[in-house]
Design a protein around this ligand. Structure first.
Ligand code: HPA
Ligand code: ZN
Length: 345
């Protein structure tokens, strides 16, 4: 039963509906999908020492107070990734979880500087991830693309060196993004490197307005020429910005459980998702770093639907937004949208 047939929907029906419909995930840091069990398995395989003696003690450390307290543990977790097979195993585990949640298209962020700083070659990272993407298409029917992120706590010079190292793999990248510690590292710090990325034909996204002010969202749009804003929830503090985002249909890749775990909101019942939709914005649901924040796509959908009382029509809107916002060709977008429309008939 859907709202389209009956005009009503119960919260339980809306949750079930959210689980089963096809969707795209556009904000997933693949290193944030490393579950503690896989961190331990890879540490053993690669002879890497961990600061935590057991899976349980590592998981117990996942009590974050803000973005930085998470990033410290997230970068430590990624230190077990050394070989192509490690990047493959990590991404393949993600795709299997995504498939279980009816994700049919995914755009994966990766953080090469976390790896190249430890002596891991860019090619090792990209080849491992690409192989998982190809297997996800062949075995699970999930299409996917890679978005390389620059770490904003590092210099623009470092970002330029990273871009240079990625040039041999240009064909495997749909775009570039900007992540890591937001406050104190405004988008304008990366003006020149993003200009070069645009010349190379890379699509542009940037984290902005997660912990940082609305001004960082303006900078991401006007200076970096970002086509999507990752998080962006603080736009609501600036009505002129909201009007711009709505008029230009700039998508926001929102991550409700991340916002809860990193104390961007104190309670999911206070989450701005419904206000973003009510303002006519192209908001989408995503998991960000699902191994650290307590859930993959469907957990994000279901808990948001429950906390905010979203209806089936709003759930459909969120799924449509995810395909509208994805960096695919017009014909691939029609194919994805058709799968959604067929599932709600
Ligand atoms: N924000 C900024 N950087 C990140 C995040 C995030 O939510 N997740 C992984 N790197
Ligand atoms: Zn993120």
């Amino acid at each position: 039963m859907t709202v389209l047939e009956h005009g009503i929907s119960t919260p339980a029906a809306a949750c079930e509906f959210a689980r089963r419909i096809p969707k795209a995930e556009l904000h997933i840091h693949i290193e944030g999908s490393l579950e503690p069990e896989l961190i331990f398995a890879l540490a053993q395989r690669n002879g890497v020492a961990l600061a935590y003696p057991t899976v349980e003690s590592l998981r117990a450390a996942y009590a974050f107070t803000d973005l930085q307290s998470f990033l410290d543990i997230y970068y430590a977790g990624a230190s077990v990734l050394l070989h192509e097979a490690d990047f493959f195993d990590m991404a393949w585990a993600y795709f299997q979880r995504a498939h279980a949640d009816n994700v049919i298209h995914a755009e994966l962020f990766f953080d090469p500087q976390t790896h190249t700083a430890r002596g891991v070659d860019m090619g090792t990272v990209v080849r491992g991830l690409r192989r998982a993407c190809e297997q996800a298409q062949a075995q699970l029917g999930i299409s996917s693309q890679l978005i390389m992120c620059f770490l904003r706590h590092l210099s623009e010079e470092d970002a330029f060196a990273t871009l240079e190292a990625a040039l041999p793999y240009r064909e495997h990248l749909v775009g570039v993004g900007l992540d890591s510690s937001e406050v104190g590292h405004p988008p304008e710090k990366f003006t020149r490197v993003f200009a070069r990325c645009r010349e190379l034909g890379l699509r542009i996204v940037a984290h902005a307005g997660e912990e940082g002010p609305p001004d960082y969202i303006w900078q991401a749009l006007d200076v970096l020429k970002a086509e999507r804003i990752d998080h962006g929830v603080r736009c609501l503090e600036d009505p002129t910005l909201v009007a711009r985002l709505a008029a230009e249909r700039v998508p926001l890749t929102v991550c409700p459980l991340s916002n809860l775990k990193l104390c961007v909101v104190n309670d999911l019942a206070d989450h701005p998702m419904k206000r973003l939709l009510d303002a006519g914005l192209c908001a989408t649901v995503n998991s960000d770093d699902p191994a650290y924040f307590g859930g993959y796509m469907n957990a994000n959908f279901v808990q948001t639907v429950q906390a905010l009382g979203l209806t089936e029509s709003e759930v459909i809107q969120l799924a449509r937004n995810s395909f509208e916002a994805s960096f695919v060709s017009p014909s691939d977008r029609s194919g994805l949208m058709n799968k959604l429309e067929r599932s709600i008939q």
